[in-house]
Ligand binder design. Structure first.
Ligand code: SF4
Length: 212
């Protein structure tokens, strides 16, 4: 795909949704960190339901640490893998209190040193909470990047690097949100809704399939 097409794709995605946001509910970097950690292999809706009850009671490292694994589990047991997630969050809270003055670190190394925080979670926090140029590639972004030809790659790190290189600079900070939302609601996994897609005329998948 050439640069002009990429530019037009993001111009349209921006036009349709000028201020894209994550669908996870949060109001502080710490709440975002917890929500993203809980969201692995779970829907944002299920995480939001749990955190809507948890955060009013406990939304700081100290308060969640005080709940303990059992106390936290009671709030998140509707979420898949809740037991290991509860253990990770409690241990992360301990480290945040002991090593980071109860603040969420704004760098990859310290974030990825927290239990349950991998590259993708760190990228979401860096990008969404701290507005740094980081690209979290989830299953939706991986699919959309490959199908459209915006940033094709065999694995998530390859796609991440290509997105950081190829997404036009003005759109880089919010590209993560646009691509997730596009993958979640339009370019869905099984049967993409090409007929109602805003970027159909620019998409390489459509070029290939319309010639079949
Ligand atoms: S045209 Fe189809 S395959 Fe291409 S981005 Fe749109 S929905 Fe996805």
């Amino acid at each position: 795909m050439n640069a002009a097409k990429r530019l037009e794709i993001f111009r349209r995605l921006h036009e349709d949704n000028p201020e894209p946001k994550t669908e996870l509910a949060y109001s502080t970097p710490f709440e975002l960190l917890v929500a993203v950690t809980l969201s692995a292999q779970a829907t944002d809706v299920s995480v939001n339901k749990a955190t809507a009850k948890l955060f009013p009671v406990a939304n700081t490292p100290e308060a969640i640490y005080a709940l303990g694994v059992d106390g936290l589990s009671a709030y998140i047991k509707t979420i898949g893998l809740y037991n290991s997630k509860a253990k990770n969050v409690i241990e992360a809270c301990r480290l945040l209190i002991e090593k980071h003055g109860s603040q969420v670190p704004d760098n990859r190394e310290d974030l990825e040193a927290l239990p349950g925080v991998g590259r993708k979670t760190a990228n979401v926090v860096l990008n969404t909470a701290f507005r740094q140029l980081a690209m979290a590639v989830d299953t939706h972004i991986f699919r959309v990047s490959n199908r459209t030809g915006i940033a094709p790659g065999k694995n998530v790190v390859e796609v991440e690097k290509k997105l950081l290189k190829f997404v036009p600079k003005d759109y880089l900070l919010d590209a993560h949100h646009w691509l997730i939302l596009h993958g979640r609601y339009v370019c869905v996994a099984r049967k993409p809704r090409c007929g109602s897609c805003r970027i159909e005329d620019l998409c390489e998948y459509r070029e290939k399939t319309s010639n079949d």
